[in-house]
Ligand binder design. Structure first.
Ligand code: AMP
Ligand code: MG
Length: 400
């Protein structure tokens, strides 16, 4: 059995072999996708000097009184020949008339007929309230870097740089196949010894959250030939990763590892010194065109979710160069114990109090207790060499 760190290293090495392809998508379809190109400003931003306020554009000087010679509103530029004595009514966003350099807010002036007076006690500064051409970004400079994960905050930047379409990395196609005689569909009512299939939904949802494309293969009974058929069909698909759940441990009907070996999936490791999620299998399958990564996760809902969060998600983050802060150090709020030398992942609730991150561990850690896990928001890392963690200890937490 290998350690958690060794397992991460092996996965990381294989996942880095995946060649990221790119595609062009419409700007609004790019939300949640990872940029495959630098976004360059094709013009100065803003493209012209403009007023940051509604007011009057003047040429800065000693004057406190001007003749109003005209107006410019946003999008309706007009040229005036301006002297030190002239002012032009201007609205927010309007281009500053040539010859002016200062925009006086409407709140600090009085207007009588066509004359503008600066109110008593107010002072002007040269260039005040003028947003200069290129002040946000100069033409030909980088607005957004390749590998930025696009969110709503970036969309405006793409738009203003003229990108109605944008080059993003293709999503990985990740197929998910569940196994187990006990599994029934979600819309069926469990009788006797059946349980609703939950894993496939948890895993596919986690894939979607990461911005990839799940390929739902459904579930299959614990009959070796049937499972083999489904796995063979799965690896023939145009996918990057196959995830199976269930049947990968040492039970009489746990066939997955055998099947993986028989059909030529090259085993990289089986079993990691962690809890929950120990029986995880990882291997690769070489097709002529590419290598498919294969993860055999245990069926227990908590185990498979932990496996996804501590192995698959960080590896995919790394592949797409996503610097996501999923790890938080927090102060433990009660004593916790374990008896073995595995690395444990305890359900925890992470919260901030007086600017300090704290975590409690009040939910059960049974690997079957899916509801308990869904009430937690992180996994507390309980390292191999420790048996006790005490209230007040600083622990590492992985956000769910
Ligand atoms: P296994 O890994 O096949 O030994 O399954 C371990 C436990 O997880 C058993 O209690 C199964 O009933 C349960 N289980 C297996 N597959 C699923 C699934 N897809 N959804 C929910 N529970 C499952
Ligand atoms: Mg099973």
């Amino acid at each position: 059995m290998i350690s958690y760190k060794e397992a991460c290293g092996i996965i990381s090495k294989e996942i880095e072999q995946i060649i990221l392809l790119s595609e062009e998508v419409e700007i609004l379809s790019s939300v949640g996708r990872v940029l495959a190109e630098d976004i360059i400003a094709d013009v100065d931003l803003p493209p012209f000097n403009n007023s940051a306020v509604d007011g009057y554009a003047v040429r800065f000087g000693q004057s406190r009184e001007w003749n109003i010679v005209g107006e410019v509103s946003a999008g309706n530029y007009k040229q005036y020949s301006i002297t030190d004595k002239d002012a032009v009514l201007i609205t927010t966003g309007s281009k500053m008339p040539d010859g002016t350099d200062t925009s006086i807010p409407i709140e600090i002036v009085d207007v009588m007929d066509d004359t503008l007076y600066l109110k008593e006690g107010t002072i002007l500064k040269q260039g005040m309230n003028v947003r200069e051409k290129g002040n946000d970004l100069v033409k030909d400079k980088v607005a957004l870097l390749k590998y930025e994960k696009i969110s709503s905050k970036n969309i405006g930047a793409l738009a203003t740089c003229g990108k109605s379409k944008v080059k993003v990395f293709r999503k990985l196609k990740i197929a998910v196949l569940a196994t187990g005689d006990e599994l029934i569909a979600v819309d069926e009512v469990p009788v006797d010894d059946k349980i609703r299939i939950s894993n496939i939904y948890s895993i596919c949802a986690a894939i979607v959250e990461l911005g990839h494309e799940p390929v739902v293969l459904g579930f299959v009974k614990d009959i070796k030939e049937l499972i083999r058929e489904e796995v063979v069909k799965a690896i023939a698909l145009d996918i990057d990763i196959l995830i199976t759940t269930g049947g990968v441990s040492v039970g009489k009907y746990d066939f997955l590892k055998e099947i993986f070996n028989e059909i030529g999936i090259q085993e990289k490791f089986w079993k990691v010194n962690i809890k929950p999620g120990k029986p995880i299998f990882f291997g690769t399958f070489n097709k002529s065109c590419k290598e498919i990564l294969v993860f055999g996760l245990p069926g227990n809902p908590v185990s498979s979710s932990v496996n996804f969060s501590v192995f698959i998600r960080p590896a995919l983050d790394k592949l797409y160069k996503q610097n996501v802060t999923r790890v938080v150090n927090a102060v433990l709020q009660e004593d916790i114990q374990k008896k073995d030398d595995k690395r444990h992942f305890f359900n925890g609730v992470l919260y901030e109090e007086n600017s300090i991150w704290k975590v409690n561990s009040r939910f059960s850690n049974s690997s079957g207790n899916l509801i308990e896990m869904s009430r937690a928001n992180c996994f507390i890392v309980f390292k191999e060499e420790l048996k006790n963690l005490f209230k007040g200890d600083e622990v590492t937490c992985i956000r769910m």
